[in-house]
Design a protein around this ligand. Structure first.
Ligand code: SF4
Length: 245
């Protein structure tokens, strides 16, 4: 459960530190697209052979012309050296910091500018069933992060038959009670091996977007085919990165 890789995007001058491991156990986790049905969600991607030391990460970042530093991979806040790397990024490199993907279990954090937070469901029982964690703490963390001024973007994965339209709309309604201008992105579920749920249709995605727009000002959606999700770097130059460590 730690950082194991650093990548760099030359065009946009950002580096990403990648973590292995997650605190949730979502059955529909998109990491299963890489790893197949065996293993546990969030941990099913094969474990790295070795992890990076904090000083190695700092040394590599010092050498790069970076404007922003992102943290990705499962749940990046499980990495014990995240607080120190955030401090280093802000106090020594003077760059932006953002969790590129988080389940919201450890925000806000000192020296962290922003986060893309994936909320899983509104119904408390469903949230517990999907993630193994309580809903209320996660949602309270998001509200607290907004209150201290973190730049938030919220997403929810619409999974027909599991996280249905009512869940998407209820999450949107709750988010509007925090701030109706927070960007909200509905992601169409990409079927993973071993799970029975279908991909939402284009029409279903439009319904999800329309329902969310009843509450929020800034709603978008995306619906990727599985092969698109696995070849993002060919379609979007923000994903075109070089491994530097
Ligand atoms: S929180 Fe994200 S990374 Fe973790 S298991 Fe759920 S979908 Fe996967």
């Amino acid at each position: 459960m730690a950082f194991y890789k650093i990548t760099y995007n030359e065009k946009y001058c950002f580096a990403t530190v990648h973590n292995y491991g997650c605190t949730f156990r979502c059955p529909t986790c998109s990491y299963k697209l890489h790893s197949g049905p065996s293993g546990k969600p969030g941990l099913s991607f094969p474990a790295p052979k070795q992890y990076l030391k904090t000083e190695e990460i700092k040394e590599a970042l010092r050498k790069l012309p970076i404007k922003n530093l992102y943290f990705m991979g499962g749940e990046p806040t499980v990495a014990k050296d995240l607080p120190e790397i955030l401090r280093f990024a802000k106090e020594e490199l003077h760059i932006g910091t953002r969790l590129g993907h988080t389940n919201g279990s450890k925000i806000p954090l000192p020296f962290l500018d922003g986060a893309n937070v994936g909320l899983k469901a509104w119904d408390e029982d469903l949230h517990r069933t999907i993630t193994g964690q309580e809903r209320n703490q996660i949602f309270a963390n998001v509200a607290a992060a907004h209150k201290v001024g973190m730049n938030l973007k919220i997403n929810v994965v619409y999974v027909p038959g599991l996280v249905d339209l009512d869940q998407v709309e209820d999450v949107a309604a709750w988010l509007a009670s925090v701030d109706k201008d927070i960007p909200f992105h509905i992601m169409g579920y990409i079927p993973v091996p071993g799970q029975p749920y279908p991909q939402p249709t284009v029409e279903q995605m439009m319904m999800a977007e329309n329902l969310s727009q009843r509450h929020l000002q800034n709603v978008a959606s995306s619906r990727l085919e599985p092969d698109h999700a696995l070849s993002l770097s060919e379609r979007d130059d923000r994903f075109a990165v070089t491994r530097i460590l």
